[in-house]
Design a protein. Sequence first.
Length: 194
Amino acid sequence: MRNQDDGSKIIKAVLIGDGAVGKTSIRRNYLGDEFIEGHLATIGVDLATKRVLFNDEIVKFIIWDLAGQPTFEKVRGNYYHGCNGIILVYAVDDRDSFDNASKWLVEAYKNMGPLPPTVIVANKIDLRRGRDQSNFVSTNEGLEFTQMFIDKLGVPATFIETSAKTGENVEVTFNKLLEMMSEVERSKQPAFYK
Ligand code: GDP
């Protein structure tokens, strides 16, 4: 897709997951000072853009941050359309957010049909250090969930554990998503360049 303003190509990703798992923090950590942000609080959507190298071309990478409130469910539907990638976030110290992960993917599927490349992110791993982890979501649980998702839906997906607080693996998450999205777009050529 081409941006009408300057003719550059646009790629889009959405961040989804329960409230307070760290979606906004992950996006901010990734974008650093570079980010330009619009806040559409009334409809529960934030967006930010960054220029990135994508298939040997500088493109505008738009990251939508969908607010988790159920009241916004209808509005949220619009933002899935035309997305090239998904980052689904849960927090390792919030088991409910992990249990809800599949609901988020169902919502995305309802709105998009077959899903684009997806990174499943287990955030807040810094909290694991020095704590009683008995109710924490383990790495294996995240890996198993991701594998089940790949097997059931045949979607290119990967699992990454992050901390938006320390920045651990945040850049890796977006780079991995860009890499998977770029593989999909390359396989679609030449239609992508129309
Ligand atoms: P969102 O509602 O999913 O966008 O979540 P936010 O980004 O607003 O984060 C919710 C809360 O969790 C805030 O108080 C953040 O400072 C905190 N938080 C986010 N990511 C991390 C993390 O990786 N580690 C820790 N310890 N706290 C985090």
